[in-house]
Write a new protein. Structure first.
Length: 140
């Protein structure tokens, strides 16, 4: 039993150690086509983050308004609908979670986009003309 536990522990440590290795190439090792593809992905990630944040904020706001309106009816002594309160609270929670997921996605996409733009700047040298990878550079 001790051998089995020690083998499982050793295997667990090896898996954790290998999970920490970063095999992704650095941005300065990529060529222009790879950087353009990475830029498109980063732009899509930032756009997805913006959409998630916006939709989550709108849904949370609508849910808050629904719950508050039914709370005002309850305080005023009118018949309030418990299903509307439940739906409003649920919408508020789901919208808040969606917005909280969208904010980091937006930040990561924008950060990657900015770093890739900086790396792409080295391929756009002033005074050069390039079509389909064939370039002409004139220096005086």
């Amino acid at each position: 039993m001790k051998k089995l536990i020690s083998i499982c522990l050793l295997l667990f440590i090896v898996v954790i150690g290998n999970a920490q290795v970063n095999d992704k190439p650095k941005l300065n090792e990529l060529n222009q086509d790879q950087l353009n593809l990475a830029f498109k992905r980063a732009k899509n990630t930032a756009t997805t983050g913006i959409i998630l944040t916006s939709v989550g904020t709108v849904v949370a706001s609508i849910g808050m308004v629904m719950a508050i309106n039914e709370g005002v009816k309850w305080v005023a002594g009118e018949n309030s609908d418990e299903n509307t309160v439940t739906a409003g609270t649920s919408a508020m929670i789901v919208g808040g979670i969606t917005a909280l997921i969208g904010i980091p996605v937006w930040i990561v996409g924008a950060s990657k986009k900015k770093n890739i733009q900086l790396e792409l700047a080295k391929f756009n040298t002033p005074g050069s003309a390039s079509i389909y990878g064939i370039g002409l550079k004139i220096r005086f």
